[in-house]
Design a protein around this ligand. Structure first.
Ligand SMILES: *[C@@H]1O[C@H](CO)[C@@H](O)[C@H](O)[C@H]1NC(C)=O
Ligand SMILES: *[C@@H]1O[C@H](CO)[C@@H](O)[C@H](O)[C@H]1NC(C)=O
Ligand SMILES: *[C@@H]1O[C@H](CO)[C@@H](O)[C@H](O)[C@H]1NC(C)=O
Ligand SMILES: *[C@@H]1O[C@H](CO)[C@@H](O)[C@H](O)[C@H]1NC(C)=O
Ligand SMILES: *[C@@H]1O[C@H](CO)[C@@H](O)[C@H](O)[C@H]1NC(C)=O
Length: 952
């Protein structure tokens, strides 16, 4: 110990000697570090420039740029920042634990050009002194908790190009100049006013706008602005996006608003605007128009609507419209969405012969429509709820239900490779199918010009433009993946983004910060149709460079310590003690991890310790964290033996966690069966096990989370998507391949024993995944033809031969699969009101007639827009699967082949893995039962009674 202290003292004196008279900025950087935790591990020594500290850029020996975005920096930004007098760029974005108010000393940075503090937790008022940064061009303070008014001094920022203050708690009026004080009207070089999601109040000053302004984006949505829209707005000729929605604006819309002929997106909704509907003739590049929920005078739909030839989206909910809907509204070339609900439109709605095929949604709810004429190629969602037509005509009933909405489950597909299923904990398979730790976050587009979220072309263009930008900025990104596009309540389009590292499997701090800067500084520009965006990064906790704590501050702390030497000794002793304790804890945890089954007790009847391949063992603590301590909100249901939770792993991956109740001994054997089997099977049509937990008396299984629920839910309409014939074929071929894999390719082969529609899950691209192995049996090597077991399974799906002989073969699965095939086309339960599906089909069938005369028993939704090509062959193979004896039934490989043939007949490429299925998919998930709720895993499944899931 004493040797250590001496060594330290020597180091300290050397340090003091070295720092004196050297790089002046290092002192201030070290002072900043004093208020920060989690600074980069290489921030040591006294030469930030020469030693290339992460995030620091120098010119000569002076610091000119600090970019430390998204490295989980925490603490406050101290006034010492003001001493870095050569600083030009400061980006501390996405450090959610950076807090405190913004120091007025920032105003001393006279050379500052770029100040970006997006998505931190700064609060308090914006300092006046920000207005005295003569070179400031880029100011982004959005998504913090700043309060108080916008300082008038901002009007002095004559070089300002970008001003983003959105998503804070700013209040008060928008400041304009008055001779004595400056104001925002002086910002004639600024292109972006992003002030949305604050509490700004008062009128929009008419002085704010003039023909000198060069604004492109004026985003004032979701504030508390009152009064009228100023006439001067019509003078801002360069305007491209205007959002004034969700305020308290009143009065007439100024008639000169149609001077704004470059505007692509116009939002005036959710105000109290009155008078006549504005005449927007001439706004020929307008894509998105939303004037919903205002108090306009009653009027007919103006003829000029149809003259807006670039319109994709027309939102006119509750705007006093009456009379008939003009037929040419639906032939606008790009139109995707028309919402005219809550008006008094009447008479006949005629879509005309030339209505547009891009149409995805027409919402006519709560009008007075009494008739409609549909075109034949019509495929959009059409909603007529609350119109007289719903009481009169039978044919229209289909359009009088709550719609399925427009959820779009897009997700970047893998590019020409098979995704790796067995990535280890925290890793994700990239689009190039490499396991690594992605950097994730959310891209939010504040005013996209399109509304069809299901068009995958759009995302492909976003993805490739992003890769182009990353490449030209030489960032260490291998690939990016986009998923889950949704509109949030502010009508922003949000897309989850995953960026995968190139080379190594992890990013280092410098890599993340540089990527984050390209997004926070808007260096990356998405295709024009996406409009203004911002990015919020998630914490990255898999850094390649590990943190070592507060180096700089340790050295400063010890300098003080020298004068009070005794304190140091005490301190060191305490630290050493703490360190030893921690190491011990770590060691214990590590031992546990190495032997997850340390507490496995073979005498409890659970058999020998499980043999695992690939599945990860989680500690109880880890799963507790990722489910927020198993809070009620993450609970997605109750199964027979315990709860099912949804969790998010540190890398952002969603998982479903089945947690057995304490003391449930019966579950032990099934628990073991399922992890042993699942950890061995890897196939894209089989649900993959992410890991398990056998810790502190807990038994849990961690699965990939399959978003679209069970096939059963989809067939019964509970999931909210419409399954047409094509989709059903794609689903069934997937399920068949999954089962064939288990039978023919898994080693040892596996008989599932509980194939049913509740055990087939659908992912975001409607790929089928076979799940639930609680009852499965591996086939022993000795006896590959059958195993004799106690009969288990689910009534209605169970092979009668197996039931009678107790001899289990793969053909029992084939039987169950046959039942699933029949359920797929009829959407009936295997046993419904005492009638068996096989008999129903056989009785209705007449092979002489078209479609075997099965029209009566088919699910009416199946053929809504399509011909059922190949249905007869489908029924033939399904009925062969349910032959009485196993010998007469085909093998799964034969079933797969035949379904593939049928798909080709129906014009679908059976090997097409593209997203076409989901991209054109108009459904929306309503709350539906979660797939993992069925009881067969943790329950003893007696099998001779219909289980609750099937008994409805
Ligand atoms: C704005 O700039 C003017 C002239 O450069 C200066 O006199 C004034 O004090 C500044 N106002 C603020 C609030 O910084
Ligand atoms: C709208 O404005 C255009 C051109 O300014 C004009 O020709 C047209 O008559 C106006 N329409 C209405 C309904 O006022
Ligand atoms: C539709 O409403 C308009 C205006 O309210 C009215 O003049 C017209 O007679 C109505 N047409 C029908 C077919 O009810
Ligand atoms: C998808 O978007 C692209 C680009 O915006 C467009 O050209 C294409 O027509 C769209 N496809 C559909 C089916 O709407
Ligand atoms: C920030 O982005 C802009 C483009 O929007 C670019 O011109 C500028 O050079 C970037 N700043 C830095 C420091 O790279």
């Amino acid at each position: 110990m004493s040797v250590r202290i001496e060594l330290l003292l020597v180091l300290i004196f050397m340090h003091v000697l070295l720092t004196s008279g050297q790089n002046q900025d290092v002192v201030y950087l070290q002072a900043l570090m004093d208020d920060w935790q989690n600074t980069p591990p290489n921030w040591v020594g006294s030469d930030p420039c020469g030693d290339k500290w992460v995030g620091i850029t120098c010119t000569g020996s002076r610091v000119t740029s600090i970019t430390l975005a998204n490295i989980d920096l925490s603490g406050e930004l101290s006034g010492d920042i003001g001493q870095l007098s050569e600083l030009q760029t400061l980006d501390l974005s996405y450090n959610k634990r950076l807090t405190g108010s913004l120091t007025p000393d920032i105003g001393k940075l006279k050379k500052l050009k770029t100040l970006i503090l997006v998505g931190c937790s700064f609060n308090g008022p914006l300092p006046d002194t920000l207005g005295s940064l003569p070179q400031l061009g880029y100011l982004a303070l959005n998504s913090n908790s700043f309060t108080g008014p916008i300082p008038p001094s901002f009007g002095n920022l004559t070089e300002l190009y970008w001003l983003d203050l959105a998503d804070n708690k700013l209040s008060g009026r928008i400041p304009v100049s008055d001779g004595a004080t400056p104001g925002l009207d002086l910002l004639v070089n600024t292109k972006h006013f992003h002030f949305g999601k604050n509490k700004l109040s008062g009128e929009i000053p008419s002085q704010l706008f003039s023909s000198k302004m060069t604004l492109k984006h004026v985003l004032f949505e979701d504030n508390e602005l009152t009064g009228t829209i100023p006439l001067t707005l019509g003078l801002v000729q360069n305007l491209e996006v205007l959002r004034l929605d969700t305020n308290r604006l009143s009065g007439e819309v100024p008639p000169n608003i149609n001077n704004l002929i470059s505007v692509n997106q116009l939002f005036l909704s959710n105000n109290d605007l009155n008078g006549r509907l504005p005449n927007l003739t001439g706004m020929n590049v307008l894509n998105h128009l939303d004037m919903s929920n205002n108090s306009f005078e009653a009027s007919e739909i103006p003829l000029w609507f149809s003259s807006l030839q670039s319109l994709t989206t027309l939102m006119m909910q509750h705007t006093g419209l009456q009379g008939e809907v003009p037929v040419d509204l639906f032939s606008i070339p790009q139109i995707e969405t028309v919402v005219l609900r809550d008006n008094k439109l009447n008479g006949t709605l005629d879509f005309g012969a030339t209505y547009n095929t891009h149409l995805r949604l027409i919402d006519m709810s709560n009008n007075l429509i009494s008739r409609f004429i549909l075109g034949s190629r019509y495929s959009a969602d059409l909603i007529f709820i609350g119109n007289p037509i719903c009481m009169e005509s039978e044919e229209s009933k289909a359009y009088c239900d709550q719609p399925t909405g427009s959820n779009s489950p897009y997700s970047t597909p893998p590019s020409n490779c098979v995704p790796a299923n067995n990535c280890s904990f925290g890793q994700v398979s990239s689009p190039k199918c490499k396991c690594s730790y992605p950097y994730t976050g959310t891209l939010s587009f504040r005013a996209p010009s399109f509304s069809d979220l299901g068009n995958s072309t759009i995302y492909t263009s976003l993805q490739s433009s992003m890769m182009d930008s990353f490449e030209s900025n030489q960032l260490p990104v291998d690939s990016v993946s986009l998923s889950r596009p949704t509109k949030n309540k502010d009508d922003y389009l949000e897309i989850s983004l995953e960026m995968f590292p190139s080379g190594d499997e992890r990013f280092n701090r410098s890599g993340i910060s540089r990527i984050a800067f390209v997004l926070s500084n808007q260096t990356y520009k998405p295709p024009h149709i996406f409009g203004p965006y911002f990015f919020i990064g998630n914490n990255y906790d898999s850094f390649a460079d590990t943190p070592k704590g507060k180096h700089g501050s340790v050295s400063i702390g010890i300098i003080i310590g020298v004068s009070v030497g005794a304190c140091v000794l005490v301190l060191l002793l305490i630290v050493a003690g703490l360190y030893a304790c921690r190491q011990k804890g770590r060691a214990e945890r590590a031992t546990k991890k190495n032997s997850p089954f340390a507490s496995w007790d073979p005498d409890k009847g659970n058999g020998a310790c499980p043999q695992l391949k690939g599945a990860r063992s989680f500690t109880f603590e880890e799963l507790k964290t990722c489910t927020n301590n198993f809070t009620a909100t993450t609970n997605i249901g109750v199964g027979g033996y315990g709860m099912v939770y949804r969790g998010t792993l540190p890398n952002g991956q969603l998982v479903a966690i089945k947690r057995a109740q304490h003391h449930s001994t019966q579950g032990g054997l099934q628990f073991k069966t399922e992890i042993e089997l699942l950890s061995r099977v890897h196939h894209k049509n089989v649900v993959s096990l992410v890991g398990f937990c056998f810790d502190e008396d807990e038994q849990m299984l961690v699965y990939e989370y399959i978003v679209n629920g069970t096939l059963k839910d989809s067939l019964s309409g509970r999931s909210g998507f419409r399954l047409d014939w094509m989709r059903r074929l794609k689903i069934i071929v997937g399920a068949a391949r999954g089962l064939q894999y288990l039978h023919d390719l898994a080693d040892p082969p596996i008989i599932h024993r509980d194939i049913k529609t509740t055990n087939i899950l659908l992912d975001e691209r409607l790929n089928a995944k076979v799940s639930d192995f609680g009852l499965s049996k591996p086939m022993g090597d000795v006896d590959r033809t059958h195993v004799t077991t106690q009969v288990k399974g689910t009534m209605g799906y169970m092979d009668p031969e197996y039931y009678m002989t107790q001899q289990l073969t793969e053909k029992s699965d084939v039987y169950s699969f046959g039942i699933v095939m029949l359920e797929l086309i009829t959407a009936r339960n295997p046993i419904e009101k005492g009638r068996y599906i096989v008999r129903e089909v056989k009785e209705a069938m007449d092979k002489e007639k078209d479609m075997y005369n099965l029209g009566e028993v088919l699910d009416p939704i199946i053929g809504l827009n399509t011909q059922l090509q190949g249905l007869e062959r489908f029924v033939d193979i399904a009925l062969r699967c349910v032959e009485d004896t196993g010998n007469q039934r085909p093998r799964m490989s034969e079933v797969v082949k035949e379904i593939e043939n049928i798909m080709e007949l129906a014009g679908i490429n059976p090997n097409d893995e593209s997203t076409s299925t989901s991209a054109s998919y108009e459904g929306k998930s309503k709350g539906h039962d979660h797939p993992y709720l069925n009881q067969s895993l943790f329950t003893y499944s007696g099998g001779l009674l219909p289980s609750s899931a099937d008994g409805k």
